[in-house]
Ligand binder design. Structure first.
Ligand SMILES: C[S@@+](CC[C@H](N)C(=O)[O-])C[C@H]1O[C@@H](n2cnc3c(N)ncnc32)[C@H](O)[C@@H]1O
Length: 169
């Protein structure tokens, strides 16, 4: 009986995860984590800017958000997959990352005016849509960082190891 309950719970969690994986694949990008090397490059690249509050769009398992929070930034991790959002929340509680906020929402439906930096690791098709939204809502001189994929309507001020840094002009 207990086995049946456990199997049903696991199957349910898997179905939820898979549903959001497919949604992410259709509209933006499914879960694929940033490498440790890219996280280190990104942290190095933003070090010289006056950044207080960073938003991560589609935070996955939270590795980037946690690395940024350990560096002292206030971080908002936005992730619509409830399983991944719960994982980030669990890591936040276990690691006592008080400056990390987890938001289980669609990043296309939130407001960006409270952030002065954004980290993005998403497919180009959604970058175009996002570029217009975040650049009009974020403060001027905000810092935008993208892993692997470029914003084609902006000129990077720094690029190294597939990390592209832009200023919102
Ligand atoms: C390529 S992964 C990047 C994960 C993480 N940012 C990293 O760099 O390790 C993209 C993430 O965005 C999430 N995602 C995709 N579309 C989303 C949306 N519209 N709103 C919120 N999260 C989304 C996916 O579930 C996935 O976890």
């Amino acid at each position: 009986m207990i086995e049946l309950v456990l199997i049903s719970i696991l199957a349910g969690l898997y179905i939820i995860y898979f549903f959001y994986w497919i949604r992410a694949f259709q509209i933006s990008a499914p879960y694929y984590p940033t490498s440790k090397k890219a996280i280190a490059e990104m942290i190095h690249a933003i070090d010289s800017y006056k950044i207080k509050h960073i938003v991560e769009l589609g935070a996955g398992d939270g590795r980037v958000a946690i690395a940024l929070s350990k560096k002292g930034y206030t971080v908002t991790a936005v992730e619509f997959n409830p399983i991944l959002a719960a994982l980030i929340y669990l890591r936040k509680i276990i690691g006592r990352h008080k400056n990390l906020k987890v938001v289980r929402k669609d990043f296309l439906k939130i407001s960006y005016n409270e952030f002065d930096a954004a980290f993005i690791y998403l497919y180009p098709k959604v970058m175009k849509k996002l570029s217009k939204k975040i650049r009009s809502e974020m403060k001027k001189e905000s810092v935008l960082v993208s892993n692997t994929f470029e914003f084609h309507d902006l000129k990077p001020i720094h690029k190294a190891n597939k990390i592209f840094v832009y200023l919102n002009e």
